[in-house]
Ligand binder design. Structure first.
Ligand code: ZN
Length: 319
């Protein structure tokens, strides 16, 4: 998805809310006008009085007071009519989802909080992390499964990634590679990093290496189709997270795609986080020295060590 589409989709959500508010308002007015004799007349008088208030600034102080008191009398007459007929007093008011922008999405020229939240929601849907968003956070990451030096190293990793995510700035945040055997929390912590960055409103994509290179392969063979697979997002996003590098189907084509992706993102000052179970030797053997020197020259290395958490959990359940 193109970056501008997030805003367009979010604005769409907000404007359908406003349409919903107006529809409910119209329905309530129609219902009450049919059921309560005299309601339509009071409502019409109220609208006229509202107009008068708008133009009353040209009048003298006394006249302004008079217009206001007439308006307030009509407001309380309208409330009385509603209450005495068994309706809540605000039954015929606009009930906005967001009272800060009245569901326009903007406060003055600035984006309202509700619009920003919707943009983040669209990014989250596109990120590939929608179902993990609640499960893998910094708050529910436990250090209980690490001992001694592993625990100290993990505390540092958690601290580093948390600060990285909270301070994330497109164009200046570094690249990171999380190195270590399986089951030590790399996926959990990189998901938590991604969610935090998304909540700050930055375009983040999370993809397993398997899916990423599968998409490259499929794009290669579907280039001429009407809807070729979107690879642009991997280059465009502010933060790209590649999970489980080394588990993809590896060919000279995928290796050259990986180099192209990493290299272009570095040249564009775009941040990338890579997780891998491969150690440095295996990375060098699996890919090539150009990729290797990019990874160890341009990425901050975080080492993960300890005993597989999943194995510990299984063992604890058996004991
Ligand atoms: Zn709002």
């Amino acid at each position: 998805m193109a970056r501008a589409d997030f805003l367009a989709k979010a604005e769409n959500t907000i404007s359908s809310r406003l349409a919903d508010v107006r529809r409910t308002f119209d329905n309530h007015i129609r219902e009450v006008s049919e059921k309560i004799p005299g309601f339509s007349e009071v409502d019409l008088e109220l609208q006229k009085a509202g107009q008068k208030i708008l133009f009353s600034s040209f009048l003298g102080v006394e006249a302004i007071d008079e217009v206001r008191s007439e308006y307030e009398k009509l407001v309380s007459r309208k409330k009385d009519l509603l209450i005495s007929n068994g309706y809540p007093e605000d039954y015929c008011d606009y009930k906005y989802y967001c009272n800060e922008c009245n569901d326009t999405g903007y406060v003055g020229a600035k984006r309202c909080k509700c619009l920003k939240k919707e943009i983040n929601m669209e990014i989250l849907k596109e990120s590939g992390l929608y179902t993990l968003a609640q499960k893998q956070t910094f708050d529910n990451f436990s250090l209980d499964y690490y001992q001694n030096n592993d625990k100290i190293a993990m505390e540092n990793n958690v601290e580093f990634l948390k600060e990285y995510a909270e301070e994330f700035k497109p164009g200046s945040s570094s690249n990171i590679i999380l190195l270590g055997p399986t089951g030590l929390g790399k996926t959990h912590l990189s998901t938590a990093t991604a969610i935090t960055v998304i909540n700050k409103g930055f375009y983040t994509i999370y993809e397993t290496a398997f899916k990423l290179f599968d998409n490259y392969q499929n794009r290669r063979f579907s280039y001429d189709s009407d809807s070729p697979i979107d690879l642009d997002k991997y280059y465009d996003c502010d933060l790209l997270i590649i999970d489980d590098l080394g588990t993809e189907f590896i060919s000279s084509y995928t290796v050259s795609c990986l180099y192209d992706l990493i290299n272009k993102r570095i040249n564009m000052n775009k941040s990338t986080i890579i997780n891998t179970n491969l150690d440095a030797d295996q990375l060098l053997k699996t890919y090539n020295d150009r990729i290797f020197s990019r990874l160890f020259g341009e990425f901050k290395v975080l080492l993960f060590s300890g005993t597989d958490i999943r194995e510990q959990k299984i063992k604890n359940n058996i004991d």
